[in-house]
Design a protein around this ligand. Structure first.
Ligand code: ADP
Ligand code: MG
Length: 691
């Protein structure tokens, strides 16, 4: 296999463009990509023709505008290149117009009321900052999705806006240090966790197929307590899957780099090499799609749900985040000179302020029915947002706030920002607090709360905009300063002091931390609706308006969509559960108990005692009674409930989920005593320890 040759072979990337486009056209497109200038129509026509030629040469017959509506998945509408020319001959054609603008019938995508009130149709517009690629003989053109009146209906557009916002403010901040760059990009490396299980087990479980997770199921005798799966040797079948996945991703120009097992049985992870936020988001969306598809080919089902199995670690997505100039300087890298250190501390302080002031938005960006099972459980980061900076950087910050000498490993010195040099921070000891939701790992932050199935755009919109806002405040203050160093010192000390409550180096899973966090005034929104009620808080609306990322209307529509999505997810789960319990579990348990009754009767008829049969029959029968009662309750619970979206979301959390939990308890107790041959669905031990 020739990896360099294969890598990006299905991508209309810079290399291809340079080769296929006339110099002037290439240059003009470059300007669009780097500086966000508008593309003229002539250029679009030439680019489209080249793209088509390239794609047809690779066997493509169709094209599609590939976009990310609010549903979380990506959407496509395929058109063929086929056109009839004026002589009635069939030709393969693709115009600049078709490249730059599409009009999918968008009425079935969620708009949270935006389109209903304004205009029924939406359109997609080419995003030339992410490369077009070929998938399934289709040329896919990454696009943004808007309503006709300009309201955004997707996840990409706000991400691009937030990237502009942070670039604008970071460029300003760098100018304070005498550095003049054109652009600063948020860089993202999204580590993706997933489960692979046997396709046949998947097919036999309605809950996995409909809800993506098991709604019932007693724990297997062995879980993850031995920790023998983590980084353990990979099963040959899984290895073949990973090799195939790497190949598919490489063709699409996705830098899949590491593949390994995770903590839970059947759980694995893929990490790519980081890229700018826009490309990394597109790449992650494609990665999830490819994982599912390649799994099929290998007789697996790939589960991207945050919590497929109770009692076993769930899956997340670690969002590694940093800032990089167009010259490749990482702004979160502590540097070696006093000036670099000062710059680093300013950016670090901006992130700390941003995470503290907008902890609610970060929590909201990872809120979903699926992720609620993870956050706050004893595995993933808790629902409380806090930051881990490591002991060393922690004491640097402490000494700045307290204006005390810093006691390093070798010497003790006074840290005067702008003139002193930070101790060289040991990188490897900084990232081992696995319980922290937001950890500084040497030259980047790792946000560990996103769920495995999430589109990472939303999280990065929040992060980019919040940090942009902190930088804006800093620049406003420092740009007019008479004595830059003195003002910088004062600002960093003051801001770190004000936001130190968000820093926490201890165990994020502990009970004590919850109490401590409450004393510090940090928010702790355990469930999705608890978090979502704060989305449109005044300070949040003001933030997004200030940086032109969302209008208030757009935020309200997003809130509607999220609430509705949550309610629907719970309802689908509850409905699936009722169906499985009524049509599979209860009938099976009744068959089992009646077989026990018959055997007891038969034994007694010939004078043999049947105490075990009778005792077990009684237990199964009474659990069945209990289960039936719980199912009926759940069913009733689903049938009623308030109508407003907010009220309905709370109702789902307060009433439906507890009813589901009660029903599950009865079913799992039954499973523990039922004869396996009567149990109608694959069990945890069979699914998780498949051969
Ligand atoms: P760790 O061992 O600390 O998890 P890795 O080097 O394995 O660090 O990186 C984890 C992820 O972070 C990878 O996807 C990697 O590409 C990404 N990453 C590394 N540097 C950056 C950066 N500057 N910005 C964003 N992501 C980064
Ligand atoms: Mg990591």
């Amino acid at each position: 296999m020739n990896v360099p040759e294969m890598f990006g072979s299905m991508v209309f990337n810079d290399h291809v463009m340079r080769e296929m486009l006339p110099k002037k056209v290439y240059q003009s497109l470059q300007n669009t990509m780097i500086e966000g200038k508008a593309l003229d129509e002539d250029v679009a026509d030439i680019v489209a023709a080249a793209m088509k030629e390239w794609a047809v040469g690779k066997g493509a017959t169709h094209f599609t505008h590939w976009f990310q509506p609010m549903t979380g998945i990506t959407a496509e509408k395929h058109d063929s290149f086929l056109t009839v020319d004026k002589n009635g001959c069939v030709i393969m054609d693709f115009s600049g117009k078709e490249l730059t603008k599409g009009e999918p019938d968008a009425s079935s995508f969620p708009s949270g009321g935006l389109r209903a009130t304004f205009e029924a149709r939406g359109y997609t517009a080419w995003d030339p900052t992410s490369y077009a690629f070929i998938k399934d003989d289709t040329l896919c053109i990454p696009t943004a999705f808007c309503s006709y009146t300009g309201q955004i209906l997707d996840k990409k557009t706000p991400l691009l806006r937030s990237m502009d916002a942070i670039s604008c403010q970071a460029v300003r901040a760098l100018a304070l240090f005498g550095k003049h760059v054109k652009r600063v990009n948020a860089t993202i490396g999204a580590e993706q966790e997933y489960f692979l299980i046997d396709k046949e087990d998947y097919a036999r479980r309605l809950d996995l197929r409909l809800a993506g997770r098991t709604l019932i199921g007693a724990p297997a005798a062995k879980g993850q307590e031995m920790e023998d799966h983590y980084f353990g040797s990979i099963r040959p079948r899984v290895k073949a899957f990973m090799a195939d996945l790497d190949e598919e991703l490489w063709k699409l120009g996705i830098t899949a780099k590491t593949e390994h097992n995770e903590v839970a049985p059947c759980q694995h992870e893929m990490a790519p090499i980081f890229d700018n936020a826009n490309k990394a988001t597109d790449a992650n969306q494609l990665t999830m799609e490819m994982m599912k598809k390649v799994a099929e080919r290998h007789g697996f089902a790939c589960l991207l749900h945050e919590k497929p199995f109770e009692g076993i670690n769930g899956s997340g997505k670690h969002n590694n985040w940093a800032l990089s100039t167009d010259e490749g300087e990482n702004l979160l890298d502590p540097g070696r000179t006093p000036k670099d250190n000062a710059q680093f501390l300013l950016f670090l302080t901006a992130v700390i302020k941003a995470v503290d002031e907008y902890q609610d938005l970060l929590r909201i960006s990872v809120a979903s029915a699926g992720n609620d099972h993870r956050l706050g459980a004893n595995e993933a980061p808790p629902a409380i947002v806090s930051m881990f900076v490591g002991d060393e950087l922690g004491s640097v910050i402490e000494s700045i706030i307290e204006d005390k000498p810093f006691r390093g490993r070798t010497s003790s010195s006074h840290l005067d920002i702008g003139t002193g040099v930070l101790p060289k921070l040991a990188r490897d000891n900084s990232d081992r607090n696995r319980t922290s939701p937001f950890a500084f790992t040497g030259n980047k932050f790792e946000f560990r709360m996103p769920g495995s199935s999430f589109n990472i755009a939303c999280t990065n919109v929040m992060l980019n905009t919040a940090v942009a806002d902190a930088l804006k405040d800093f620049c406003d203050e420092l740009e007019g300063a008479d004595d830059f160093n003195a003002s910088l010192n004062a600002l960093v000390r003051r801001e770190l002091g004000e936001h130190r409550r968000i820093l926490f180096n201890g165990n994020g899973y502990s009970r004590e931390w919850e109490d401590e966090a409450m004393r510090r005034g940090l928010s702790n929104y355990k469930r999705t609706p608890d978090a979502l009620v704060h989305y449109c808080d005044g300070k949040n609306v003001a933030l997004f308006r200030r940086h032109k990322v969302y209008t208030e209307e757009e935020m309200e529509s997003r809130l509607e969509i999220s609430l509705d999505e949550y309610r629907k997810a719970i309802h689908i789960e509850a409905g699936t559960m009722v169906e499985m319990l009524r049509r599979q579990i209860i009938p099976a348990a009744l068959r089992f108990s009646s077989s026990l009754a018959s055997s007891a009767q038969a034994k007694e008829a010939i004078g043999v005692a049947a105490e075990a049969d009778k005792a077990l029959c009684a237990r199964v029968s009474s659990l069945c009674d209990e289960l039936l009662l719980r199912v009926d309750e759940l069913d009733r619970c689903m049938a009623s409930g308030p109508s407003g979206t907010m009220e309905a979301a709370f109702y789902a959390a307060d009433s439906i989920i507890p009813a589901m939990e009660a029903a599950r308890k009865a079913s799992d107790s039954l499973e523990m005593i039922a004869d396996r041959s009567f149990w109608p669905i694959p069990t945890y031990s069979e699914i998780l320890f498949y051969v």
